[in-house]
Design a protein around this ligand. Structure first.
Ligand code: DUC
Ligand code: ZN
Ligand code: ZN
Length: 469
């Protein structure tokens, strides 16, 4: 019997710290050998000319999440993980949302049941706490954390999700006690409501009004408040989907005070602008709905600030915040109420399959970041932040054999026609990239090859996590 199930030969291995030529031997879904010449394998993949990267981990995606009356998210677990695999990812982290008034435990177990057997790659589930009742804080959350749901998100806006300051403090306090990781959506509810009502009164109801209703100060104020609450409770937090230079300044301020504030940004804040919400290149302002996400992309000059944050280490991770809605669909962006005001356009854009190529192309190929920083931002730090390390997130003996064979020179143009998600558009239609995932290997199995998803549905598992140090 051969020593290994699979050998990956002749490639250049890249981790968050090192780049070196080596072969890999994979046995029972794990990396079992790293060496100069590994030949005794049942199957061999030739990786010459390719980079061998840890599979992408996307720690912020939304899949099959309840999104309000009449609105349907465009991806279920099968389509989202299919698209993720084609885009070079081996693990994604969606959210089990607690509807207000409902049990978080029941919502989480029902959500997990949707995922079981329906995933191409591994999934680890965060929670969204929308109703921190005494029962949730006293029993449900501690029990769920002990079961392996060790991270959750809180929102500072949205009618159905917003927590007030006291609730945020109580949830932070629980997280500190139980060792859970908290992610914060930092945009201020009252400021957004004030701006929205003012804009609507003035007749500014186009999708572009979404950008006007949530200027940077709205994000900055909420980031400052979240960081201050984190200081009071003495809790490390992650500020997710940071879009603006002003929120970055707050994060830097918090860190200067010695606080553990982690930060995430997304490709949309590097490549899209508020003007996209005007429906760029189209006469129909509703086209702008394709780019409506929260926080909104900013003015072009802000992109350079986000790049600086990526280069200087302010950002720990780059996630997609994949939150897909179909465009031409009454249950999506063009729902009947959405045509009357930006307020009713569902917030979110698809990006699970395009995150890695866009960041590689604009980051590594364009000379802005190193290969190692790319790996850190797209895999290693996600695993470390959310309790998947050292099982996932790097290449080493004993790690899951989660790998992406990457062609750094391949040029591609992003086209909806070639993508695998359930949305009917991509915000990056026609966007050219250099660097492309060729083969995705998830726990030792080839799940995607050259844009075709070949792994069986059900290969992906729902993973429980330990609390993160
Ligand atoms: N927040 C997210 O994290 N995703 C989509 C919409 C939102 O507000
Ligand atoms: Zn959010
Ligand atoms: Zn999100």
């Amino acid at each position: 019997m051969p020593e290994f199930d699979l050998a990956v030969r002749g490639g250049t291995l890249v981790t968050a710290t090192d780049t070196f030529p080596a072969d890999l031997g994979i046995r029972d879904g794990r990396i079992a050998a790293i060496g100069a010449r590994i030949t005794d394998a049942a199957r061999t993949l030739d990786a010459s000319g390719l980079l061998v990267l840890p599979g992408g981990i996307d720690s912020h995606v939304h899949i099959a999440q309840a999104s309000g009356p009449g609105i349907v998210m465009a991806d279920d677990f099968a389509s989202a993980t299919r698209a993720a695999a084609a885009g070079g990812n081996t693990c994604v982290m969606p959210f089990a949302l607690q509807p207000r008034g409902a049990s978080l435990r029941e919502a989480t177990h029902a959500y997990r049941a949707l995922a079981e057997g329906q995933c191409h790659i591994d999934v680890a589930i965060h929670l969204i706490v929308s109703d921190p009742t005494p029962a949730v804080l006293g029993q449900e959350l501690p029990a769920l954390i002990a079961e392996g749901y060790t991270s959750f998100k809180v929102f500072m806006t949205y009618d159905d999700l917003v927590l007030n300051d006291r609730q945020i403090l109580d949830v932070f306090d629980l997280a500190r006690r139980e060792g859970a990781r908290v992610m914060v959506h930092a945009e201020g509810y009252d400021a957004i409501r004030y701006m929205t009502e003012k804009l609507e009164k003035a007749g500014e109801t186009r999708p572009f009004g979404h950008a006007l209703s949530r200027p940077q100060v709205v994000e900055r104020e909420a980031a400052h408040r979240a960081i201050s609450h984190a200081e009071l409770v003495d809790l490390p937090i992650v500020i997710v989907h940071v879009s603006g230079e002003q929120a970055m300044e707050q994060i830097a301020w918090g860190r200067e005070r010695g606080l553990k504030i982690h930060a995430e940004t997304c490709p949309q804040y590097l490549t899209l602008t508020a003007d996209h919400m005007k429906g760029l290149g189209s006469d129909d302002p509703m086209e702008g709905a394709k780019y409506v996400c929260s926080p909104p992309p900013r003015e072009a000059a802000n992109q350079a600030a986000i790049w600086r944050g990526i280069q200087t280490g302010l950002f720990d991770v780059v996630s997609s915040d994949h939150c897909p809605f179909r465009y031409d669909d009454p249950a999506g962006k063009l729902n009947p109420k959405g045509r009357t005001s930006f307020r009713w356009v569902p917030n979110g854009i698809p990006g699970i399959e395009t995150r890695l190529p866009i960041l590689f192309s604009e980051g590594v190929s364009a000379g802005r970041i190193s290969l190692n920083r790319f790996v850190e931002l797209t895999a290693t730090n996600h695993a470390k932040l959310y309790g998947l390390y050292p099982r996932k997130g790097s290449i080493g003996i004993g790690f899951d054999a989660d790998l992406t064979l990457w062609d750094p020179n391949r040029r591609e143009t992003i086209r909806q026609a070639n993508l695998h998600h359930g949305a009917d558009y991509t915000p990056w239609e026609g966007f050219s990239v250099t660097g492309w995932p060729v083969t995705t290997i998830a726990r030792g199995a080839i799940v995607a090859e050259n844009g075709r998803v070949v792994g069986p549905l059900g290969h992906g598992q729902v993973i429980d996590r330990a609390v993160s140090p």
